[in-house]
Design a protein around this ligand. Structure first.
Ligand code: ADP
Ligand code: MG
Length: 728
């Protein structure tokens, strides 16, 4: 707990940090010149591998072709030499279990030579396959621990890298994680499968339009923008809720938070800037192309965004971004909070998942180009996305469901839980034309005259931005904004790839009949897109997604609105979803259902941990503080009385205070009662937590936050919102 002493100490540490650490000599090498230093990149491979081996490996990497096992030993050996020269002692198969983060188990290169010494070895088979006894990862019932064989398999399409941590260097090999029976236990396997699926269907569309020449693969591309909070680490360590749950379960609003909008894009505080630079330095070395950094809306909130990459690599890199952000903050006396809603009453954090499709020859299939109305291929892909999002809005919602994200989606600061598409004026106009059967024109961008002679005219985008839409077209990509800040982006992209693959498949099926006959193809496209728009335009909404009117309107349109995880998750195991994933080879029925179980279980665990933490804090920190305050007040009353001074006012204050303390005790008891409930049926248990436990937690919080407003600063035991959000 934090007392006045450590409060003062915290301040002195912060200022000492500013005085001493910021004056450190700047590092003289430009970190940009170190880009990719710790990556076993194609450049390194070319230098270190025999030509024929290099060629075979690059085919696998670029074209996603199966790896030729005969080259594995040679590749492994080169990798080992490179790693050892760079100080590595260990290697690890790095994978993405269903916990949402990454996992690793390190083995050293050491092999005793039988003569009292050792040689360093790394075989092709150790590179290609691993068998961690990773029996404790969630599998949703796929594996019992008694038969817990799980395998990791090298994913050559994502670069091998060196992880430098503390005084160690480890060779990290991105891998897929599957069970003995071949089911995926991770995020990477289905992501790769979904990328194959969408590639195959997209190429069919290119063939229809005669643009497939030289294209071997269509990649889904992804650029995730990561929001996060940074607070002084002392406050973090002194708050059990932050430590155990990643968010504050208590805390009265500070007098000031984001009202003045003075933090957003403001100048970055110096300590934060130093931290960001350190993170970027490390990410550059890891080959993660981070590009943008800025202050976000909430005080103490920031954002980092990379340049987009192929979805698989983006998902790996996004994990590295989170890891590096978390790891470096303590070096600067800070803690990085990745939770979707660390502080009540101010904006939470999301991860805008920018998504598109691009050929391996560099053509972005969602680039509308100048005369968009003539760009049939673009319009087909656009309509495929519209169709996909309308049919599978429920799946997209399920892909971002978590106990933490529930605090964000639906509150008026993040996109609503209703999945709709924002197109903007230019595309909306074309879609309207499509609906009538023929497209004739494209609205052109205007120039904005700024009125001052010295300022240039600005070319305007043809549509404004819309911050309230969960799924917005932003120029040449879609931006799925409902993903939570702490989530892996994998599932969101798995769903996107698969649902778009299905739509492209359906469209290709219609159009292939007319390929080669331009006139017929043109009219078939017009007819098909007209049908699609008629059927699916209900999902398009260009207005303000935060308004009550939209919620009513969306209901009339029949759009699903799953307000919380418990309601959202069943979409994952619906027949529609199971059939979809099976058809495109992304998830088997068992895999789909196992994921559903894992996510429900995670919800149960998360909410239960939070509720238990709330009870404990209320009983061992807040209630005792309140009693101390009560004692002081009571003593003041009796001292005043003893001095023979009228103290009716003070007595009233005491009485009111005592009543609040009683309220707190009863709210705690209420929460404990609700928590004392077990249901073997997970779905029922999750519902109980949502309907009974979470509201009971809120009740305790309300009383406690009210007490915070009345308890002396030197008695109040928790770091306050003011301190956490404003001391930088
Ligand atoms: P915003 O202005 O929306 O905050 P930023 O420019 O900060 O956007 O980030 C947009 C993100 O979208 C970046 O990560 C960028 O690389 C990514 N992006 C741009 N083009 C594409 C594309 N074709 N596919 C996927 N992501 C893209
Ligand atoms: Mg954005």
């Amino acid at each position: 707990m934090i007392d006045t002493h450590s409060r003062r100490e915290a301040l002195s540490v912060v200022s000492a940090w500013h005085e001493n650490d910021l004056s450190r000599e700047p590092n003289t090498t430009n970190p940009l010149q170190q880009f990719g230093r710790d990556v076993f990149s194609e450049r390194v491979m070319r230098e270190r591998l025999p030509k024929d081996v290099f060629k075979l490996l690059v085919r696998t990497i670029r074209l996603g072709e199966e790896l030729d096992h005969s080259i594995a030993d040679t590749v492994a050996n080169a990798m080992k030499d490179w790693a050892i020269e760079n100080g590595a002692t260990h290697y690890t198969h790095w994978f993405h279990p269903l916990t949402g983060t990454t996992a690793e188990k390190h083995d050293s290169f050491l092999t005793p030579d039988g003569l009292g010494g050792a040689i360093m070895e790394f075989s092709g088979s150790a590179l290609v396959q691993g068998e961690p006894d990773a029996s404790s990862f969630p599998s949703g019932g796929i594996r019992g621990t008694f038969e817990a064989r799980g395998y990791t398999a090298w994913d050559p399409t994502s670069p091998v890298f060196l992880n430098r941590s503390g005084n160690t260097v480890t060779l990290c090999i991105p891998t897929a994680f599957v069970s003995y029976t071949g089911e995926a236990l991770d995020q990477k396997t289905p992501l790769l499968r979904s990328m194959d699926a969408v590639s195959e269907q997209a190429i069919r569309i290119l063939k229809v339009f005669g643009t497939a020449q030289g294209v071997s693969r269509v990649f889904s591309t992804c650029g995730p923008e990561q929001e996060y909070f940074l607070i002084d680490r002392r406050y973090y360590l002194a708050r059990p809720d932050l430590l155990l749950c990643g968010r504050t379960l208590f805390g009265a609003k500070a007098a000031k938070d984001q009202q003045l909008e003075d933090h957003y894009f403001g100048s970055i505080p110096e300590r934060v800037q130093a931290y960001m630079a350190e993170c970027e330095r490390e990410l550059y070395a890891l080959g993660v192309p981070v590009k943008t950094r800025h202050n976000e809306v909430s005080p103490a909130q920031y954002e980092i965004a990379p340049i987009f990459e192929s979805a698989n690599i983006a998902a790996d890199h996004q994990q590295l971004v989170m890891q590096v952000l978390r790891k470096n903050a303590p070096k600067f006396g800070m803690q990085c909070l990745m939770h979707e809603k660390p502080f009540a009453g101010i904006n939470g954090s999301g991860k805008h998942n920018n998504w598109s499709l691009a050929t391996d020859t560099g053509v972005n299939l969602l680039d509308p180009k100048d005369d968009t109305h003539t760009n049939m291929q673009f319009l087909v892909v656009l309509c495929a996305v519209i169709r996909a999002v309308d049919i599978h809005a429920d799946l997209l919602r399920a892909a971002v469901a978590s106990a933490a994200n529930d605090h964000r989606l639906g509150a008026n600061e993040a996109p609503p839980a209703i999945i709709s598409i924002f197109l903007g004026d230019m595309l909306q106009d074309i879609v309207d034309q499509l609906e009538t059967g023929a497209t004739k024109s494209t609205i052109k961008g205007r120039k904005l005259d700024l009125g001052a002679n010295t300022l240039p005219d600005l070319p305007l985008h043809t549509s404004d931005r819309n911050r309230t839409s969960p799924f917005a077209f932003t120029g040449n990509k879609f931006e799925f904004r409902a993903v939570g800040s702490s989530q892996s982006i994998a599932l969101a992209n798995i769903v996107l790839n698969t649902i778009v693959a299905e739509s492209l498949d359906a469209i290709a099926g219609e159009l292939e009949k007319h390929a080669g006959n331009e006139a017929k193809l043109k009219s078939a496209v017009a007819k098909l897109l007209q049908d699609i728009i008629k059927k699916h335009k209900r999902v398009i909404f260009n207005g303000d997604g935060y308004t009550k009117e939209w919620h009513e309107q969306a209901e009339k349109r029949g759009l699903p609105n799953f307000r919380n995880t418990v309601d959202a998750l069943p979409a994952l195991k619906s027949k529609k979803a199971v059939d979809l994933f099976k058809k495109y080879g992304v998830f088997s029925k068992v895999e789909t259902e196992s994921r559903y179980h894992v996510y429900v279980e995670q919800y149960i665990k998360q909410v239960t941990i939070e509720a238990n933490t709330a009870v404990q804090m209320a009983k061992t920190a807040i209630l005792p503080a309140a009693i101390r305050q009560q004692t002081e007040l009571a003593e003041a009353v009796s001292a005043t009385q003893a001095a023979d001074v009228d103290c009716s006012e003070l007595r009233e204050h005491l009485e009111e205070f005592v009543a609040s303390v009683a309220e707190l005790r009863s709210a705690i008891r209420g929460l404990e009662d609700k928590l004392d409930h077990h249901d073997a049926n997970h779905e029922k248990h999750a519902k109980h937590l949502r309907d009974e436990v979470l509201p009971a937690m809120l009740e305790v919080r309300e009383v406690a936050d009210n007490l915070e407003r009345h308890i002396a600063e030197d008695i109040w035991p928790l770091a306050t919102y003011r301190e956490m959000l404003f001391i930088k």
